[in-house]
Design a protein around this ligand. Structure first.
Ligand code: GRF
Length: 208
């Protein structure tokens, strides 16, 4: 009996290469999921073109069309709930989400960040890791909570920093890892293979 597909939403603002990695993972049957909605806060985000090319439903929600953040987020919540979304995946979504939104999907919002958290939260993190002189960077998939880039960590991948690296070369090598671990983390969640002990995401003993 074919199992019901897990309903994902992907929130984007730009290039959408992580969205593409999720789409590819679904098309290769690595993920038993469907992207029920792609939502962007940027009208000309290339991610929307990718979504359209793959026949996905997408929506641009213009923050300027709302008088405050609360109303904007309520609209997002309404749209996502109308699609019975089970997991909200932030993929380069460049807006900080407020309490109301986070509480509407408790533990069901994840993000991919291009550093080894808790080192280098925030913006321009590949450049900052390089300038700091870090020898290793990488990427992190984490649960979204009210602290920016501060929620429980699901998966990480380590990327060594080479002497000859510049921001671009480091960003590219980190991005390759992002495209691997984001689908992996989604799979762990879909298959119910992780459980939380405080902040720690542990492999569920029933799964493997
Ligand atoms: C990625 O580096 C991701 O880690 C960060 O924003 C970037 C989005 O890239 N949160 P893309 O739009 O998925 O190509």
């Amino acid at each position: 009996m074919p199992s019901e597909k897990f309903k994902l939403a992907v929130l984007v603002s730009g290039r959408g290469s992580n969205l593409q990695a999720i789409i590819d993972s679904i098309e290769k049957n690595y993920l038993n999921a469907e992207i029920s909605l792609v939502m962007s806060n940027v009208k000309d985000a290339y991610a929307l073109e990718r979504a359209t090319k793959h026949g996905l439903e997408c929506v641009f929600l213009d923050p300027k069309a709302f008088s405050n953040r609360n109303d904007y987020e309520q609209k997002m919540i309404d749209l996502l709930q109308s699609k019975s979304i089970e997991l909200v995946c932030l993929a380069g979504f460049m807006r900080i989400l407020g309490k109301k939104f986070i509480e509407a999907f408790p533990g069901k919002i994840i993000n991919i960040h291009p550093s080894l958290l808790p080192a280098f939260p925030g913006l321009n993190v590949q450049k900052r890791a390089l300038e700091h002189g870090a020898k290793y960077s990488g990427c992190t998939v984490h649960i979204v909570n009210e602290e920016v880039d501060g929620g429980p960590i699901i998966l990480q991948s380590v990327v060594p920093i080479k002497d000859e690296d510049d921001t671009q070369s480091l960003s590219e090598r980190i991005l390759e890892q992002e495209h691997i671990i984001y689908p992996e983390a989604i799979k762990l969640i879909i298959e119910n293979k992780i459980e939380f002990s405080g902040r720690r995401a542990l492999r569920n003993k029933q799964g493997n």
